[in-house]
Design a protein around this ligand. Sequence first.
Ligand SMILES: Cc1ncc(COP(=O)(O)O)c(C=O)c1O
Length: 495
Amino acid sequence: MSSTSEQLSSQSTYRINDKVLTMATLNPHIANIEYAVRGPIVIRAAEIENELKKGVPKPFKQVIRANIGDCHACGQKPLTFIRQVVALCTYPDLMDNPHFNDDAKQRARRILDDCRGHSIGSYSDSIGIDVVRHDVARYISERDGGIPSNPDDIFLSTGASEGIKAVMKLLVTGRDSPIAGIMLPVPVYPLYTALLAEFNTYPILYYLNEEKNWSLDTEELERALNLAKPHCIPRALVVINPGNPTGQVLKEENIKKIIQFAKRNNIFLLADEVYQHNIYGKDSEFHSFKKVMKSMGGEYEKMELASFMSTSKGYMGECGYRGGYCELINIDPEVKYHLLKSLSAKLCPSVTGQAAMGVVVNPPRPGEPSYRQFISEKDHVLGELKEKAQLTSRLLNEIEGITCNEVEGAMYAFPRIWLPPKAIEAAKEKNMEPDSMYCTELLEATGICVVPGSGFGQKPGTYHFRMTILPSVQELQELLRLFAVFHESFMIKYQ
Ligand SMILES: Cc1ncc(COP(=O)(O)O)c(C=O)c1O
C-alpha cells in the first residue's frame, strides 16, 4: 500500500471508531438544557415501576405519578365530542355511522373541506387550516366579551410549546448584537428556561410573591430588570396565567400593572394562557392579557403581545394530539413575514392536533345534539379538578412543616417544605439539592413521584415541590395520607 492510501485508510478507521458528535463537539447550548419534569426522580420512578413488575419487594405496591400535567395518563376520560370529530376526520367512512351525531359530522366535514385532498393526511398551510384559524379568532372574541380577533393574527402550532418556541426565536438577538434578555417568573415552567438555554438568551428572573399567593409585584419586575440591564438587552416578559407550577390566577388590576410595566420599558409580552379553562378559586376569574390591554385603550392597545393556548390542558387534557395556537397582535408586518417564512420551513403543525384545536374552539352550541353530553363531561372534569385543588391545599396545610397556597387555577400545588437544618446538611453531603433529596426519599419510601422545587427555581433558602392534582380523588386522598406519614418520619429522622 502506498503511504497516501495507508494514511487514508488510517483516517477512515479513525472516523469509524471516533464519533464526530461527542460532549466536546455537542452544541453547548443543548448541553445546558435542564428539564426537571422529566428529570432524575422521574427516571428513578420508571426504574421502580420495572422493579415492582419483577417482584422486587417495596414498602408500596405502585408508583403514584404526580409529576407531570398529563391528564389522560392519570385516568381522565377524553371528551366524546372531541374524539368523535377527530375520529371522523381521520376515518371519514364513519360519516355513515348513525352512532355519530350530526353536529360532530358537520364539524368534521368543515375541517376536511379545508384540507388538501379532503384528508388530514395532507400537509396544511404552515400557519394552520384556515377554517380552524377563523374559529380560533371567533372563540377569542367571544371569550374576551366581543373584542375583535383577526384570523390573520393566528397561527396554529404543534402544542403550545412549538408556538412559544417560534415566537421566542424572533426575540433572540443576532450574531453581532449584545445578548437578548427575556424576563421569566420564578418558579417557572421549565420549558422556558430550556428554550432560553437553547437560544443562548439571558434569563431575567423575577420572583413571584409566595406570601401573596404567588402574585406578581411590579416592583419586583423593576428590580429584576434593572439588575439585568448591564448584561443584556431586555426584550420580552413571560407571564404564565394561570400559573405553572404555582397555580395562581392573576387579578385584573395586577395584569394592568404588568402591562404598564411592559409599556414603560418597551417590552414584548408573552402571555402563556394554556390554563385559561382551569379556574377554581372562589374569587378567581380568567382575564386574558389581550382583553385587559384593549380595555386600557390609547397606546396600550398598540402593544405587541403573543398569547398561547393548547389542547393539552383545560378540561380536554389532550396532550398527545399536540394541538395549540398563538395569537400574535400588533406585530410589525416585516417581522411577521419572516415568522411565516420560518414556520413554512417546518411545513405544518400536526393536522390531527389542528382538528382537535378546532373542536375546542368550536364546541357544541345549545340546541345541537351533542351539547348536553359535552357540557356534562366538561363540567364533570372541571368540577373534579376544583374539588381536588381544594382537597390538596387543605390536606397539605394540615401537615406541620408544610405550607401551601390556595390552588386557584391550573393543575398543580407548589407547597413549601420547611426543612430542618440537619436535612439540608445531609443533602449537601450527598451533593444534592435539599428538595431533591426530600423528593427522592419520598419516592423510595412511598412510590409518590413529585418534582423538586429546584427544578422550577425558587427563592434561595426556600424549598418546595410541585405535585399535580390529577390523580383521582381517591388516589389523591391516599397520596396525601401517605405523604403526611412520610413527612413526619422525615422530620423525625433529621430533627
Ligand atoms: C405553562 C405551560 N405552557 C406550555 C405548556 C406546553 O403545552 P403543550 O402540551 O401544548 O405543548 C405547558 C405544559 O405543561 C405548560 O404548563
